[in-house]
Ligand binder design. Structure first.
Ligand SMILES: [Zn+2]
Length: 427
């Protein structure tokens, strides 16, 4: 749902500063590199991290540091005397490797409605036919790239919103809140966003990633994820003398792949809360063939069902080729973070109340994938994902509405206050 620019004074008041920060941060090239083994994967990410440390210190967060692992951490001290849990706000400095990201030239424009070509490459446009979230946005202020690069609102919008909320709270010490830890991560886009994070150093009892999309949304669910590897063994014999003896593992593996579900339980035919079985790689010779798959489902029993089906189909393929065998190895990748967040209902409930006070109707969302918050939740730090307003991410027509950025800032300012309220929802 687009944030109605009139819903919250606080949102309207803070949006311009959030936009100004996003435009500034977007110009810094922070693209991650999945092929790199260094930490972080690209040194350029730290250009923004260092800038953020300086800005946090200038705001008065004097303990701001960039640690050895590339995490920015800083504390906004409490303004109340009573005991309040420490919460952390997280966003990631890196941008996706899927689109050009060097030399980003952001523009702030009033969206006229309809198809709006971007100035650096008019073949690239914001188009409601491609991007349904543009519906009802005519007249709103949007931030886009010039069309030659991505914008990087994923996740510099999250960073800009956290920084703007912190700046507002610094300027308004009369607003009651507990200790707030700010943490800017790196390499989220290459799946290593919280690898090496020191949770004791972060020192929070609950956390929120700001990396979601539609205004008013809080995501507290991810897939349960497993990987499976099926190894078929055949019998290799010189093909000139193979009669009655050769068992070609490649053919066994091909039969197995062909037997996998298609009209459901496949990523290309499922949506919403449906899970899937997805073959991702096959390596094969005559005597041995290996098929790698990923299994995903929001429900653990259904995920078990996907695993049983893989084992069953592998055994059937081998049985159809006497002399061959199938071996299945399965490993857990990550779990639905709802399993952990369920034990801390107050973390999501407080965010929903904050969204309401920011003038929006909260909506629960789910992620058809993983998130850094899922890993943090599993490690014991409950961490749902809050909206930022980012849209059409990882593309040259990425955009974000100023009103949604203001709504996110207002949500954060309400959120820290709700955590300091004695009568807040049951934790
Ligand atoms: Zn992101």
């Amino acid at each position: 749902m687009p944030a109605d620019p009139s819903t919250s004074d606080l949102a309207r008041q803070t949006a311009p500063a959030a936009v100004e920060r996003l435009v500034r941060y977007a110009r810094v090239d922070t693209q991650a590199d999945p092929a790199s083994a260094t930490v972080p994967s690209t040194a350029r990410q730290l250009d923004l991290s260092r800038l953020l440390v300086e800005e946090l210190r200038a705001l008065g967060l004097s303990d701001a540091v960039l640690d050895e692992q590339g995490f920015v951490m800083a504390t906004l001290p409490a303004t109340v005397d009573h005991e309040v849990p420490t919460i952390a706000l997280l966003a990631h400095v890196d941008v996706a490797p899927d689109a050009p990201a060097a030399g980003v030239r952001p523009q702030v424009v009033r969206y006229p409605g309809g198809r709006m070509p971007l100035p650096g490459d008019p073949s690239v446009a914001l188009d409601p036919a491609v991007s349904p979230a543009l519906a009802g946005r005519a007249g709103q202020e949007l931030v886009t790239s010039d069309g030659t690069t991505l914008l990087g609102a994923d996740d510099k919008a999250g960073i800009a919103e956290i920084m703007t909320a912190v700046a507002h709270l610094v300027r308004h010490p009369e607003i009651p809140h507990g200790p707030v830890r700010v943490c800017f991560t790196r390499d989220e886009e290459v799946g290593r966003g919280v690898e090496g994070i020191d949770l004791a150093r972060l020192g929070a009892q609950a956390a929120y990633t700001l990396d979601g999309a539609d205004a008013g949304t809080i995501e507290d669910e991810t897939f349960n994820a497993r990987s499976a590897s099926v190894t078929f063994r055949g019998v290799a014999v010189h093909p000139g003398y193979a009669t009655g003896r050769l068992v070609n593992a490649l053919k066994v593996a091909a039969d197995f792949v062909a037997s996998l579900p298609r009209d459901g339980r496949a990523p290309e035919t499922t949506a919403g809360r449906e899970g899937f079985i997805h073959p991702v790689a096959m390596r094969s010779a005559e005597d041995t063939a290996q098929v790698d798959l990923i299994l995903r489902d929001f429900d653990r029993d259904r995920l078990d069902g996907h695993e049983r089906l893989v084992r069953d189909l592998a055994a059937r393929a081998a049985a159809a080729h006497p002399g061959s065998s199938a071996e299945v190895a399965v490993a857990d990748s990550y779990r639905n973070m709802k399993e952990y967040l369920r034990e801390h209902p107050g973390v999501v409930a407080r965010a929903e109340e904050a969204i309401r006070r920011a003038g929006l109707e909260p909506r629960r969302g789910f992620i058809r994938g993983g998130t850094d918050g899922a890993r943090l939740s599993e490690l014991g730090l409950p961490t749902p994902n809050l909206f930022t307003g980012q849209q059409d991410i990882h593309s040259r027509h990425e955009w974000i509405a100023a009103a949604d950025m203001g709504a996110a800032v207002a949500t954060l300012i309400h959120l820290v206050q709700i955590w300091a309220e004695p009568a807040s929802p049951a934790a």
